[in-house]
Design a protein around this ligand. Structure first.
Ligand code: NAD
Length: 481
């Protein structure tokens, strides 16, 4: 094992408990690189106790002082960028450039948190002579963040800097498939001077998540993961009267018009569906090809051939994921679709035990097929043909998800029509992965997001704080109100 057994981080110390352990794999070669504890309810209790003890001191600091920790944390992310990149590659499988982009994004997220004193300053107005109304923001207390496997460093950093800079104490439950990056995050926060108890990590799976949802000492939960679990967490957390924001899965539609730029469109669509091995909640999943677009599809095949597993395409997360993705492809083929580029049975020389699936493009998929409806979460793009834009929008609107949608066109009118009518929280024009960057926030619609607010950026301020409305009168006149 390259790394020692993962420990929980509670009260500023790494603690080992008497737990069952799961193996942590390197998906590119199937080797076991560490073990992760499956913690229990008592571990969540201990973390909440320590966070509760830290909260009065941390929340009493002025926000300008709290963000000093994040200026230092951002520098530490930069200092250790190569090591953090390598760790993401090892536990998640991403190729170097993708893993490094993740750390760069974590730095950007932290920079936003450093600007919170300017952004979350509150409001004040003299509403009648001598009478002022003001709104001040207060932290919630102990909050929790539950994260998925696909961005081991970035997704925890969607929530940690903002929630903590705004005065909360946080418990992180990372994905048990990729626990190593979170441990480094804890170490860096400690080195940056974050007081003990303000940030904790409790490793594990379902039991820890359920304990978080049930714990009366936790005020709010953010969750990022599949729609199935997002619904469970949202229902259980809100039933226990907590604030919950739960981001779920996706099935993103890219609408390609016949006038779309040939090279830009074909290269961007392939990059969107294959980047991070298709394991992005913003990845292209369905291409709706409107009218005469055969020339673009042909060019996409050329670009897909340049995506080489083991070189510029990483593995998927597990042997089960590989099997599931390949099953979707086989079922679509059996249902009558045509596999133009086939990533099944991919073996990378020297990494025969890695979980690789090659880029896959499937044409003549119909909206009723399973592969058109369900999230595949691999480097697989399905093409649905539509006779016109109205039909294309109908297909996009019918999806129960609503994370992202994009249109490729040279027409401003068409672009505006799609931006207005797509049933998705994040839309793009000639952009394959329309992720908003700071200070704009990230969040989908429909079954891709449960709860109010966004996970980062300005939209997250409301979620991580509560406001107090204060009215004061400081004048000498009698008889006024
Ligand atoms: P997942 O839902 O399996 O796991 C997410 C978290 O929930 C993990 O920490 C896991 O331990 C926990 N969990 C798993 N099963 C549970 C259960 N039955 N009860 C309680 N907790 C449980 O998701 P994943 O496979 O790690 O990540 C991939 C999914 O995340 C995809 O669906 C992807 O679209 C989604 N995702 C969404 C966004 C977004 O912003 N909407 C971002 C990233 C990933």
């Amino acid at each position: 094992m390259k790394y020692p057994e993962v420990m929980n981080y509670v009260g500023g110390r790494f603690v080992a408990g008497d737990h069952p352990y799961l193996d942590v794999f390197n998906p590119s070669d199937g080797t076991v690189i560490s073990k992760v504890p499956l913690s229990a309810r008592e571990d969540v209790d201990a973390a909440v106790e320590s966070a509760k003890a830290a909260f009065p001191g941390w929340s009493a600091l002025p926000i300008k002082e709290r963000v000093q920790v994040f200026y230092r944390y951002r520098s530490l992310l930069e200092r250790d960028i190569e090591e953090l990149t390598a760790l993401v590659t090892e536990e998640n499988g991403k190729v170097y450039g993708e893993a490094k982009a993740e750390i760069l994004k974590s730095m950007e997220l932290t920079e936003f948190a450093c600007s919170l004193p300017q952004i979350a300053a509150g409001e004040v107005l003299e509403v009648s002579r001598g009478v002022e109304c003001r709104i001040e923001r207060f932290p919630l207390g102990v909050v929790a963040s539950i994260t998925p496997f696909n961005f081991p460093n970035m997704v925890p950093n969607w929530t940690i800097p903002n929630a903590i800079a705004l005065g909360n104490c946080m418990i992180l439950k990372p994905s048990e498939l990729v626990p190593l990056s979170s441990i480094r995050i804890a170490e860096l926060l400690r080195e940056a001077g974050l007081p003990e108890g303000v940030f904790q990590v409790v490793n594990g799976g379902k039991d820890v998540v359920e304990a978080i949802c049930d714990h009366s000492g936790i005020e709010a939960i953010s969750f990022v993961g599949s729609t199935k679990v997002a619904k469970l967490v949202y229902r259980r957390g809100t039933a226990n009267l907590k604030r919950v924001l739960a981001l779920g899965g996706a099935k993103n539609h890219l609408i390609v018009m016949p006038d779309a730029d040939l090279e830009m469109t074909s290269s961007n669509v392939v990059a969107s569906m294959s980047g991070c091995a298709g394991q992005r909640c913003m990845a292209a999943s369905v291409m709706v090809a409107v009218s005469e677009t055969d020339h673009i599809i042909q060019r996409m095949i050329d670009y897909a051939k340049k995506v080489v597993p083991g070189e510029n395409l990483g593995p998927v997360i597990s042997a089960e994921a590989k099997e599931r993705i390949e099953r979707y492809i086989t079922e679509a083929e059996k249902a009558g679709a045509s596999v133009l580029v086939d990533g099944r049975k991919t073996v990378v020389k020297g990494k025969e035990n890695g979980y690789y699936v090659g880029p896959t493009i499937i044409d003549f998929v119909t909206p009723d097929m399973k592969i058109a409806q369900e999230e595949v979460f691999g480097p697989v793009l399905v093409i649905i043909r539509a006779k016109d834009l109205e039909k294309a929008m109908e297909i996009e609107n019918a999806s129960p998800y609503g994370n992202a949608a994009s249109v490729f066109t040279e027409s401003g009118g068409v672009a505006r029509y799609v931006m207005e009518n797509a049933s998705a929280g994040m839309v793009g024009v000639n952009v394959g992965v329309p992720v908003p960057r700071e200070p704009f926030s990230f969040g989908g619609w429909n079954e891709s997001r449960f709860g109010v607010g966004d996970i980062n950026g300005k939209g997250s301020i409301e979620f991580w704080t509560r406001s107090k409305k204060m009215t004061t009168k400081w004048n000498q006149e009698h008889g006024t109100n």
